[in-house]
Design a binder for this molecule. Structure first.
Ligand code: FNR
Length: 375
């Protein structure tokens, strides 16, 4: 994983890399996410037959080859022109879900129409706009294009305070600024591609003037969003519905009562509220509060197959990654993302075997007895 990150750092200009890697404010959430996974230690079972490892699972009623998914990220073609199509293609090929962001640079219709992606399990992440017509239009379009799962993001009432982006004068699309000029010499290929990609625009929502800041974009999301709007979205969407954010046990129960099929526990990879609890530490409490047949997806800080095992042992059904696949995409396009999934899969398989569990289902079932608090 560190190698992929290093390769990405070699290819991307500093402001773009900072946009991907950075978190909000003092980046305590960001650092805490990875640290939370590193705190746990395994207590394996020995002499268990693990000759036939079964990593498969069921994600909201549909089979997946691994308890892993690719979380939504905005503006993916900025990382590599292959963009969302490459990420979704690698996920489809591997048989795991990919969540397309509202802020994607490939439209939800175009993505769904790709031969490699059309038959795959397609999820869509929704930002709720101040303009409610725009929100309902996105929901209708996702249904028409055959997306199966809708994830409503509830962690972006206001934009997170990303200091790296402010310092870099970061805009979307990225512009050459005094600070990015400093590393242009080492990244000529990137800027040549960017200058040749005038169509690099948000594809699901209409644009407006180029040169947005994160603040401009985030200010269009609705801060008055409440449970009432979630109930309305439940009415408007017939497919599976997940609530994405740092959802605690009481809120998870409420989401379930309103008809949500599950939660995607996330602190946006430390990009929104700083000092948020690490989402993996929310899993066990949410499982108890919301019950066994409620789907729990968790992301933020997953960097190794062993982290997927830790997430499942806490009671999660699916782990997701964000930044890792962006590094992989920068490093090697679709093949890079495929390599990342393969890497996580092999690490997860080896962890299962050495833990003495033969299947992802068993790992999830026996979870608590396989984990101990670390140093
Ligand atoms: C994100 N994330 C995100 N989430 C979302 O719901 N909609 C979005 O458009 C974006 N955009 C986005 C861009 C970038 C560059 C990153 C890194 C993240 C959050 C994402 O879905 C996920 O929650 C985190 O990335 C998970 O944490 P890790 O794996 O990056 O630590």
């Amino acid at each position: 994983m560190e190698d992929l990150q290093r390769l990405a750092a070699r290819r991307l200009p500093r402001p773009v890399l900072d946009y991907i890697d950075g978190g909000a404010d003092t980046e305590l959430s960001l650092a805490g996410n990875a640290a939370a996974f590193e705190r746990y230690r395994f207590t394996p079972r020995v002499l268990a037959d693990v000759s036939v490892p079964d990593t498969t699972t069921t994600a909201l009623g549909r089979p997946a080859t691994l308890p892993l998914g690719l979380a939504p990220t905005g503006y993916t073609r900025m990382v590599n022109p292959a963009g969302e199509a490459a990420v979704a293609g690698a996920a489809a090929q591997a048989g795991i879900p990919y969540v397309l962001s509202t802020m994607a640079t490939t439209s939800l219709e175009d993505l769904a129409a790709l031969p490699a992606v059309a038959p795959a399990d397609r999820w869509f992440q929704l930002y709720v706009w101040k303009d409610r017509g725009r929100t309902l239009d996105l929901v209708r379009r996702a249904a028409d294009a055959g997306y199966r799962v809708l994830e409503v993001a509830v962690d972006t009432a206001v934009p997170g305070n990303r200091l790296r982006d402010l310092r870099n004068g970061f805009t979307i699309p990225p512009r050459l600024t005094a600070s990015s000029l400093l590393d242009i010499g080492s990244k000529p290929g990137y800027w040549t591609r960017m200058l040749r990609a005038p169509d690099l625009e948000f594809a699901n929502v209409s644009g407006g003037p180029a040169g947005y800041t994160i603040e401009n974009i985030g200010s269009q999301f609705d801060p008055s969003l409440t449970w009432r709007e979630l109930a309305e979205l439940r009415e408007a969407w017939n497919g599976k519905l997940l609530v994405k954010g740092p959802v605690g046990p009481a809120d998870a129960r409420r989401a379930r009562e309103l008809g949500a099929d599950g939660v995607h526990l996330s602190n946006h990879g430390g990009r929104q509220l700083d000092r948020t609890v690490a989402p993996v530490d929310l899993v066990a409490g949410v499982r108890v509060a919301a019950g066994e047949d409620f789907t729990i997806v968790v992301d933020s800080g997953i960097r190794h197959g062993a982290d997927i095992a830790v997430a499942l042992a806490h009671g999660a059904d699916l782990a997701m990654v964000g930044r890792p696949y962006l590094w992989a995409l920068a490093a090697g396009g679709e093949a890079g993302v495929a390599r990342l999934i393969e890497l996580l899969a092999s690490q997860f398989r080896r962890t299962m075997a050495l833990l003495g569990v033969a299947s992802a289902a068993e790992l999830r079932r026996r979870g608590p007895e396989l984990l101990a608090a670390g140093p």
